[in-house]
Write a protein that binds this ligand. Structure first.
Ligand code: PLP
Length: 376
């Protein structure tokens, strides 16, 4: 018997602390993928461990229809850090569920069907969120998916404006595309998305599942552009690796959201982990750190790699290095020869998104390793 969906790598991980993961043979790895972006405050941050352990001992589960202090506190914390008035909170267990809820809420609140999504966009693997995801290889074996999705080229304001009409329930996009290759959206594009949805009475959904929680240098990437969405989704790092996602919505969405639900919504243990994670992001000023270390990482990569790569791009600590040939070969050598774990973003982009607690010496080590595998 064995798992069959993920192809496992030959490194068995036993423990983690901060930016470091330790394998069963004692080898230490720098986790520059933050384990699928799930550890913004680092692995096993003591505050998160403590809050979670306490909650496990007190109460592991109560249904969300009974108030619980850990859940109530998280509702308040999320409302506090939310951009603008996107402060009504729905809690779920993953990113795809947060987007699934976003699309359902937008349809219920507008009474419309059409969803406008973007080329290269990634929103998750369940039938609805997958329908709004671009790559055919993720979709084809599972069709038919949810209907009513129209794709427009990411970054093209004019075509977005044309696609959004009186039938449109929502536009869904990432302020920096992660999976699609680390593509930051220009401010004007996001402003056009805001104007077009406002004019049509449609909901603007920002998928901040990868970009949120300080990673790009502010709590949410949309805040760099002064664009407030109607719905914002977050997950990945929210629970420091425990499964929790959230869909934050403005009042007009919350007021007519239909009939949604989930058994594990607002589980006290994941809420305690998320509350402590948000506390650490704020108390350690991690968005500022991501901004500063991200600038340093990109500058050092640029200086070291020059013409050896096609591009170094990103925002904060969400960084892509577009290489000339396949990325996977480089990733394997980074892991096995240099003990640096990173991720791909499509076929030719190395994705570097370390925990936001990295220091300069980690960055220096990784820049040396990347330079060696790319030029070697
Ligand atoms: C990872 C990701 C998702 C899906 O999250 P899951 O928790 O894997 O379901 C959705 N959108 C973006 C932008 C992501 O990076």
């Amino acid at each position: 018997m064995s798992g069959f969906v993920f192809s496992e790598k030959p490194i068995a991980i036993e423990s983690g602390e901060g930016v470091t993961l330790t394998a069963t043979d004692g080898t230490e790895y720098l986790d520059f993928g933050a384990s699928y972006a799930c550890t913004p405050v680092g692995h096993c941050h003591p505050d998160v461990v403590e809050a979670t352990t306490q909650q496990v001992q007190e109460l592991m589960y109560v249904q969300a229809s009974y108030p619980n202090a850990a859940r109530t506190a998280l509702y308040e914390q999320l409302a506090d850090v939310a951009p603008g008035d996107v402060d009504n909170v729905w809690l779920c267990n993953s990113g795809t569920e947060a987007n699934e809820a976003a699309l359902k809420f937008a349809r219920a609140a507008t009474g419309r069907e059409k969803i406008v999504a973007t080329t290269q966009g990634f929103h998750g693997r369940t039938m609805g969120a997958l329908a709004a995801t671009w790559k055919n290889k993720y979709k084809e074996p599972y069709e038919p998916l949810a209907g009513g999705v129209e794709f427009v080229p990411y970054g093209d304001g004019e075509q977005l404006r044309e696609a959004v009409d009186e039938q449109t329930a929502a536009v869904i996009l990432e302020p920096v595309q992660g999976e699609g290759g680390i593509n930051p959206a220009p401010t004007e594009y996001l402003q056009v998305a805001r104007e077009a949805t406002d004019e049509a009475g449609a909901a603007l959904v920002m998928d901040e599942i990868q970009t949120g929680l300080g990673r790009t240098g502010s709590m949410w990437a949309c805040q760099h552009h002064d664009v407030v969405p109607d719905i914002l989704t977050t997950a990945k790092g929210l629970g420091s690796g425990l499964p929790i996602g959230a869909t934050l919505v403005r009042d007009w969405i919350a007021e007519s959201h239909g009939d949604h639900g989930s058994t594990f919504s607002g589980n006290p243990v994941t809420c305690a982990a998320a509350g402590a994670t948000l506390d650490v992001i704020e108390s350690e000023d991690l968005p500022a750190r991501a901004s500063e270390r991200g600038d340093y990482l990109r500058a050092e990569l640029d200086a070291a790699l020059g013409d050896e790569v096609r591009d170094v791009r990103g925002q904060g600590l969400l960084v892509g290095v577009e290489v000339k040939r396949g990325a996977n070969r480089h990733l394997k050598r980074l892991a096995l020869n240099h003990q640096v774990l990173a991720l791909p973003a499509g076929r030719t982009v190395l994705r570097l998104l370390p925990p936001l607690v990295v220091d300069e010496s980690h960055v220096d080590r990784v820049v040396d390793a990347v330079t060696e595998v790319v030029t070697g």
